[in-house]
Design a binder for this molecule. Structure first.
Ligand SMILES: [Zn+2]
Ligand SMILES: [Zn+2]
Length: 344
């Protein structure tokens, strides 16, 4: 089968590999029908994910059809359409039992697919702990509608959930890339009084204005003044930082009102500075990143009910044979790309 493979720093290649086989009783083999490319794939390509294993098939955002299941799997059957979770989790350890599946202590736990074990930019994938990691897609939900359930949308859902948003809140979301937009969609479900998105790309600003006209938009230079002008208590009640630069980290706490919650979803290249003397008395609550992707069934129900729709994010579609071209466009942010769907 065709499998897009991490060869070495700077190089992915489409190789011919054997189809994966079951290795344990809780495994499943899924025939991928649709996949996507995530910024984390680019991090592997650029060598900034040291635990990524050269030779593995990349890709961790995908949906497909179950082909085969191990003897220990009863919750899903061959023929089921499923969303694949980015995280592998056992469901039994201390962290899994408390819903912190990102911290699963199994050796395959956490982000393994497409990083430490073969992933889904391929025709087939083996999913360990398939009873935890696969979620059945309702018949009325299409592959494109379900494509982001296991990764970027799970991240946005989790970020909105842990931010304890109320209907009185002014919520600031910094960054309107794919994860920022998914976060916005999930924040909208909490019906806060006001949502402000901070973004610098004119294309992404236009996307927000076209699709979500009730959301206020500002640029980073003007962000603090704009938030002060559009909030009642000297800043945002909740801030979600989804951009991941030194500047946006500073903006996140600076635009928050005293006693606000600041949820940091972003992944940074550099350590960040918390100037505690300047912040003394501001009494902020910080929550830091690392999605616990354990709400996929609920997210699929919300999609089925028409409450979340991420299909506008799919701006480009390519067959697996042309995945190099898809990467070139996604990596260089050409043609107004937000997300690419790979038909496998
Ligand atoms: Zn990802
Ligand atoms: Zn676990």
């Amino acid at each position: 089968m065709l499998a897009y493979t991490y060869i070495e720093k700077g190089r992915f290649e489409l190789l011919d590999k054997p189809k994966p086989a079951l290795e344990g009783p809780r495994d499943a083999i899924v025939r991928i029908t649709l996949g996507s490319i995530c910024t984390s794939d680019l991090h592997i390509k650029h060598g900034s994910v040291p635990r990524a294993v050269p030779g593995i098939t990349v890709g961790h955002e995908m949906v497909g059809v179950v082909e085969e299941v191990g003897s220990g799997i009863t919750s899903i059957r061959p023929g089921d359409r499923v969303a694949v979770n980015v995280e592998t989790f056992c469901g039994e350890c201390f962290f899994c039992r408390h819903g912190y599946v990102n911290n699963c202590t199994d050796s395959d736990g956490g982000w393994a697919l497409g990083c430490r074990i073969d992933g889904g930019q391929a025709e087939y994938v083996r999913v360990p702990f398939a009873d935890c990691g696969l979620t059945r897609i309702p018949d009325t939900v299409t592959d494109e509608q379900a494509l982001f359930v296991g990764d970027v949308l799970a991240t946005g859902f989790w970020a909105a959930r842990i931010s304890e948003i109320t209907e009185d809140d002014t919520v600031l979301i910094i960054g309107a890339g794919p994860t920022g937009i998914c976060t916005l969609l999930c924040v909208m479900l909490k019906r806060p009084k006001r949502i402000i998105v901070c973004e610098k790309s004119p294309e992404r600003i236009r996307f927000i204005q076209d699709h979500y006209p009730n959301v206020l938009v500002t640029g980073p230079e003007d962000c603090k003044r704009f938030v002060l002008e559009h909030s009642e208590h000297g800043g945002a009640d909740v801030v979600l930082e989804v951009a991941g630069t030194d500047e946006t980290f500073r903006l996140a706490w600076d635009c928050a009102r005293p006693n606000a919650t600041v949820t940091v979803v972003a992944l940074y290249d550099n350590p960040q500075v918390l100037p505690l003397p300047d912040m003394y008395g501001k009494n902020l609550t910080f929550k830091t990143g690392g999605v616990d992707g354990c709400d996929c069934a609920e997210i699929l129900r919300l999609i089925e009910d028409g409450k979340i729709d991420t299909t506008p994010l799919i701006t480009h579609r390519f067959p697996l044979e042309r995945i190099d071209e898809a990467y070139r466009i996604f990596e260089n942010r050409l043609e107004g790309v937000i997300k690419v769907a790979i038909e496998e």
